[in-house]
Design a protein around this ligand. Sequence first.
Ligand SMILES: NC(=O)c1ccc[n+]([C@@H]2O[C@H](COP(=O)([O-])OP(=O)(O)OC[C@H]3O[C@@H](n4cnc5c(N)ncnc54)[C@H](OP(=O)(O)O)[C@@H]3O)[C@@H](O)[C@H]2O)c1
Length: 195
Amino acid sequence: MYKNRRGQFNSTVKLYAAFAKHRLIERRGAIPWKRDSRCTRFVREDIKRLRTSIQGGSVILGRKTYESICNVACDPIKNIWGTQVLVMSRNPKYLPLYRHRLARSVKSLDEALDQAVSQKICILGGASIYQQCLEREALVDEINLTVINRDYGAKGIKFPDFNESDFEKRRLLKLHSSNGTVFEFFSYNRKRGLR
Ligand SMILES: NC(=O)c1ccc[n+]([C@@H]2O[C@H](COP(=O)([O-])OP(=O)(O)OC[C@H]3O[C@@H](n4cnc5c(N)ncnc54)[C@H](OP(=O)(O)O)[C@@H]3O)[C@@H](O)[C@H]2O)c1
């Protein structure tokens, strides 16, 4: 939960990530399962769910994630109207000028949280942004994870550890493919009294 600095409103902070075995979110500059033809159907489902969830919210993401998703066909924030996009960069001259004309840059996590105009703040990564959000006591209300049972090796960028005991875990959906790939969608909601 984040109370806007001007005290106007409280926002719910939701985090979204997908990882394979070893909590791997990225390998050699890309999402590992994106190039895996066995996963195409699931990737579409995952992006569809993500777009629906973040619609109308304030999206916060790191500069590297922003640049990586702007270059792929399944860009989850492409033409997503009514959704604010805040790109974190320490470079004061950075301009996030890809296809999302409404994107703007912010120089810190505090600035991102304070510039959010929606009561739904959606954290889209990458690892460094997840880590910073999860380190802030009781900031993240909800963690939405897509877990893929494939092993693409342990080398690459990983989703950070977090204290699972602070959250109630629910499995929302499990999808199987004929070749044994399983995509599971979990939500972790911060336990009452821990907000
Ligand atoms: N599987 C998934 O669910 C998932 C989700 C998201 C991302 N990814 C992948 O993860 C990769 C990127 O992750 P990453 O951890 O390397 O990079 P990232 O978190 O996306 O971006 C890092 C950049 O964000 C900026 N930044 C970080 N902390 C900041 C702060 N406190 N204040 C201001 N700016 C800050 C810096 O930009 P400057 O260098 O400009 O200062 C930093 O270099 C991408 O390849 C993406 O595809 C995967």
